[in-house]
Design a protein around this ligand. Structure first.
Ligand SMILES: Cc1ncc(COP(=O)(O)O)c(C=O)c1O
Length: 396
């Protein structure tokens, strides 16, 4: 019998120190806004993860903790089962989050003023991290083809690498917020340009498990030995298993010299050991939850399809960019012709929603809003009904 998982169940997450549900006033929002902003799902983590945490808590010892080779192999085996590429377990470094890992990699591998390129619109902490660690942020805009699909302009990409002396490129794969799952061909173009100009690729693959019909996720490092040596891959159980609060993520550094540099930097920042709860949860997540992940991805895709249908039928003035991956639909409100402030007013005060405004993702984000579809369908439906009522209320 097929296992049943209840993703429809609505939980009250208030009172759990949740950034999404417990910090309205502190972040300038009102309690009656429905939060669909941060990439945190409203689904309970799978039972094996909860059980592993209970068992670890029950043992009552919380001393200094280190991951073993076998624990790293669990990560590698998971990546192989889901994405067909098994990194050498010895190449895996555990760090508290992808952002922390990206920071450690930048600090360990680059020097002050080095050019670091990103493609905007993109996950906004990338720009902050690059600037905050004193590197030079180089922005290349994604462009849209005749079908509205976001693509990379390789001529602009290469020209900027040369003119801005770029040394590192942060690849968001799958891409948050535009939902692209880069094809092998696209990844090869990126990889070849980076190799030709000695640009190290930082491949953030945190959303890899959320890929939908017609698209296949390809780990960048799987494409060739040369790419592998020239990149650092970042991944984490935090998105798929909704466990960002357990503070465990992976940097996979294939080149030994680079790996030693990242490990040394992590040690300087006191990040050489692992959180005992995070480690226990990670092991259970990656080894015992495949059926749950399949069901989750299928449920979220159902939400995305539902949302696309709702907007097409009831609010056609809004354009949802069809996501090939991630659970973060990117919706263009541009045809409403509202200023940034008026759009903000529409979302917060009329729709009573807390979303991520597009402009914070940088170039090309103006006029967009990013939703989070990883919630029970009823909650998503409520959010869309609120959006509909708000749009209807706009004076002609
Ligand atoms: C592309 C991307 N990278 C990294 C993160 C953050 O991961 P972490 O919480 O492990 O730093 C997110 C979260 O939304 C993300 O979308």
């Amino acid at each position: 019998m097929e296992k049943y998982f209840d993703f429809d169940r609505v939980y009250d997450r208030r009172g759990t120190n949740s950034i999404k549900w417990d910090f309205f006033a502190e972040r300038g929002h009102s309690e009656d806004e429905l939060p669909l902003w941060v990439a945190d799902m409203d689904f309970r983590s799978p039972e094996p993860v909860i059980r592993a945490l209970e068992e670890t808590a029950g043992a009552g010892f919380f001393g200094y903790t280190l991951a073993k080779y076998e624990d790293k192999k669990i990560v590698s085996d998971y990546l192989f089962r889901r994405h067909g590429f098994a990194p050498d377990p010895g190449d895996i470094i555990f760090l508290p989050s992808v952002c922390a890992a990206l920071t450690m990699a930048l600090l360990g591998l680059s020097k002050e003023g080095d050019g670091v390129m990103i493609h905007q619109p993109v996950y906004y902490p990338f720009a902050n991290i690059v600037r905050d660690v004193g590197r030079k942020l180089v922005i290349d805009p994604l462009v849209r083809d005749e079908n509205g699909r976001y693509i990379i302009d390789y001529v602009s990409f290469e020209n900027k690498i040369v003119s801005e002396q770029v040394k590192f490129y942060i690849l968001c794969s799958p891409h948050n917020p535009v939902g692209r799952v880069w094809t092998k061909d696209e990844l090869r173009k990126i990889g070849d340009i980076c190799l030709a100009h000695k640009v190290t690729v930082f491949a953030d693959e945190i959303h890899a498990d959320f890929v939908y019909e017609g698209s296949v996720f390809t780990p960048f490092a799987s494409l060739s030995e040369d790419y592998r040596e020239n990149c650092v891959t970042f991944t984490s159980p935090s998105k798929t298993f909704n466990m960002a609060g357990l503070q465990i993520a992976e940097a996979i550094v294939h080149d030994e010299k680079k790996r030693r540099a990242v490990l040394k930097t992590a040690a300087v920042y006191g990040l050489s050991e692992q959180p005992i709860m995070g480690l226990a949860a990670m092991k259970a997540a990656y080894s015992e939850c495949d059926a749950w992940v399949d069901a989750l991805v299928s449920y979220v895709y159902g939400n995305i399809t539902f949302m696309e249908g709702f907007l097409k039928e009831k609010i056609p003035v809004l354009e949802m960019v069809h996501p090939e991956g991630t659970y973060l639909p990117w919706v263009d409100f541009g045809k409403l012709g509202l200023s940034r402030d008026k759009l903000e007013d529409l979302i917060r005060n009329r729709a009573k929603l807390w979303l991520d405004a597009g402009y914070i993702f940088g170039h090309g984000g103006e006029g967009f809003q990013r939703f989070n579809a990883a919630c029970p369908r009823e909650v998503l439906k409520q959010a869309l009904e609120r959006t509909l009522q708000a749009v209807i209320s706009i004076p002609c």
